[in-house]
Every structure is written in C-alpha cells, then in structure tokens.
Write a protein that binds this ligand. Sequence first.
Ligand code: KG4
Ligand code: ZN
Length: 335
Amino acid sequence: MTKFLILGIETSCDDTSVSVIENGNIIRSNIISSQIDLHQKFGGVVPELAARCHLEAVLPIYRLALTEAGVSIHDIQLIAATYGPGLIGSLLVGLSFAKGLALAGEIPFIGVNHIEGHIYANILGHPEIEPPLLCLTVSGGHTDLLYMRKWGSYQVLGRTKDDAAGEAFDKISRVLGLGYPGGPYIDRIAVGAKDDLEFVQAKGFTNSFDFSFSGLKTAVMNYIQHQKQLGLELDVPRIAASFQRAVVTQLTVKLFQAVKDYEAGTILLSGGVAANTLLRRRCQTEAERLGITLYYPELSLCTDNAAMIAAAGYFHFINEGPRNLEITAASDLKL
Ligand code: KG4
Ligand code: ZN
C-alpha cells in the first residue's frame, strides 16, 4: 500500500500541536506544546495570551513534527487544520499557517471541525471501527451524545443545556483550590476517596438525552460555602469524588439509555473528559455486561492534538476532495 502522508495542525485553544500521520490512522509524529503553565495562574485560558503563544510555537513545533516523522514538507500530500470551534485568535494562527504552507507548496488543504477531530481520535490505532455507533463527546466546551449511521453523519441525540462536563470539572477544581485544567486533578484526588455526598441536581432533563451540569456545579459550590461558614474543614477528596460520581452517573445513564433505544453495538468516547478514569471504567463494565464494544482513545489522544485533526481531514479528503483556501475560522462551528 502506498503511503499517503497528512500534516495536521491544531491550535483551537491552549495547545499548539502539529502531527504527521500515514494513511489516515498511523501516527508518525504528534507534537503537542501545552500552554498550561502560562494559564494556570489565571485559573483558565486567557485568549490573547493563547494566540500570542501559538504564534511563537507553531513554526518550531511544525519543524519538530516533520523531523520526528522523518519527512519533509515535499512528502506531505494533504494539510488539515482546525477551523473551529474554538478561540478565534488561536484558530486563526494555525489556520493561516496551514493555508500558507498549502499555498506555497501547492498541497491540497482541508479545514477540520475540532469536535469531529475528537471523534476521529478513536480510529488512530483502531481502524477496524465501523458505524453504526453511538458517540459521547465530552470536552471543555462540548457534551454531545451522537448517533452515527456512517462516518461523517452526526445525529445529535442530546447535548448540554448549560455547561460542558469539562467546564464543570474545571470550575469545581478551581473552587477546591486544585489546579487547571481541573479534570485530571479531580480524577487523581478522587482515587480511593469516599463519594457519598449527594448533590442535588436539576430534574428537568430526565426524559431526554440532554445534559445539565450547572445545577450540580452550584450545589457543590453551595456545599463548600456552607462548610466554610460553619468553620468546618473541607474534605476535598470526598467532595471531588462525589462530584465526579454525579457527572459520570449522568453521562453513563444517558449513554446506556441511548444504547438500549438505538440498539447500538458499538460506542465511542471522545474529548478531554474521555480521559476520566471513572467514566472509562463505568462504561467498560456496562459495555462488557451488555456484550457491546467500547472504544476510547489512548490518554494522550483524548485531549487536544493534531493527529486527530489529520485523521478527520483524511476522511473528508478521500470522500469529498480538497477544499479551497477561502475557508475562515469559525469560533462557534457546530457539528
Ligand atoms: O478536549 P479538550 O482537551 O479540549 C476541548 O476541546 O475543550 O478537553 C479539555 C477538558 C478540560 O475541561 C479538562 O478538565 C477535561 O477535558 N479533562 C478531564 C480529564 N482530563 C481532561 N476531565 C475529567 N477527567 C480527566 N481525567
Ligand atoms: Zn478539544
């Protein structure tokens, strides 16, 4: 089989990433430069700083990605870059860089939806995945439950009505005095902790596949406030574990209700929150019980990276050909 090399570029939020992949699913390089240290002290991403940081990082990261893959730009047959959703200034850096490379090298170009990229992270290492399937996409900006009849077709069964799951993890981590981004901190501190606190949640979405996390977030914050007013010490691991259990329960109840309703035989998890240990474990146990197949990306491919963008770009290129270079960054792009 001839090798088709794709260069992926991702700069939608606070990670600058460039990757080279082969034939849509073999990673040759996947360099990720994180800005976490920069944004940590602000407790969240500062858009102007993020864009400036991408600008400084993109060229060296691109060179490193080519070197590690052992190729030159002349070997690349397709350039795929995220064009949305995300922070507009950040998106523009990667997209403009990608377009410049495509124009100068006369290389076909394709713009990729970042959320779709997260879904395609699953086929890196698992080319055998075949729709129809259900996909739970849970990131810092999105919580979507999707039915995919075929690759590239997305029926939204439900999505969050307020905060994204990752956003709730980040907020609760901040009020508990843990780090940013919050998910990994809560995940770690919850290990072995009691998770018996019941936080009252919104009841409005029980009969739909839509999600809601803002009521839960408020309940946790009220609990913390109340404990402080009483002069009681906070049991941070217990609060974190109880909050995490509530999020994971909401996600898994809806996901497995959809499995039943749609008679799904395959499910995918995608997005940063798919790295969550409890979510992965619960889904694994339930999938085994039901005899269905569960896929989730390896940890480094759950959070933002360019290999997933290259994989999604390859799929669209093979099916629809290249796009023209007039595509612009779209910060609120939908699936
Ligand atoms: O997909 P991603 O890297 O960026 C977006 O597209 O938003 O997701 C980032 C989100 C953050 O909110 C982060 O707290 C969350 O994913 N996250 C986790 C874990 N690792 C990352 N949430 C729960 N458990 C984790 N282990
Ligand atoms: Zn993402």
